[in-house]
Design a protein around this ligand. Structure first.
Ligand code: AMP
Length: 115
């Protein structure tokens, strides 16, 4: 697995385009969503390209994504108040960017739909 030259999240994850990063390790990075739906709305993405969580994502990448989501929640002060981790996979979920990403949402009372 590698990066996709046409993918915006591949470019952000590998610093070809810079963003507003809040976490980074060897496998993943996290940056602020450009259209936030909550006071904290951070996207956690793998550095390698996977279309979605429906892909054959290696277990170590899945673990790194969820580890990063928790580190983001800690850094944003959401551990006590609560937070939501969401991933959209495919058209029925409304996935808009075809690079696997977790949304980390918090900082307000979240409703029963996506956000
Ligand atoms: P999804 O519908 O799950 O594919 O969500 C895609 C998310 O990516 C949306 O919340 C967008 O606001 C966000 N997004 C798209 N392009 C960028 C970008 N260049 N930088 C930050 N967030 C982005």
């Amino acid at each position: 697995m590698a990066t996709n030259d046409d993918c915006i999240f591949c470019k952000i994850a590998n610093h070809v385009i810079e963003s507003n990063y809040v976490y980074e390790d060897e496998l993943v990075c996290a940056f602020r969503d450009m259209s936030p739906l909550a006071p904290t709305h951070v996207l956690v993405v793998p550095k390698d390209h996977y279309e979605s969580f429906a892909d054959d994502v290696p277990a170590e990448v899945t673990a790194a994504l969820f580890h990063a989501a928790r580190e983001v929640a800690k850094a944003e002060g959401l551990i006590e108040s609560g937070f939501r981790v969401v991933t959209n996979a495919g058209p029925d979920a409304g996935q808009a960017v075809s690079h696997l990403h977790l949304h980390v949402l918090g900082g307000r009372r979240l409703t029963d739909d996506f956000a």
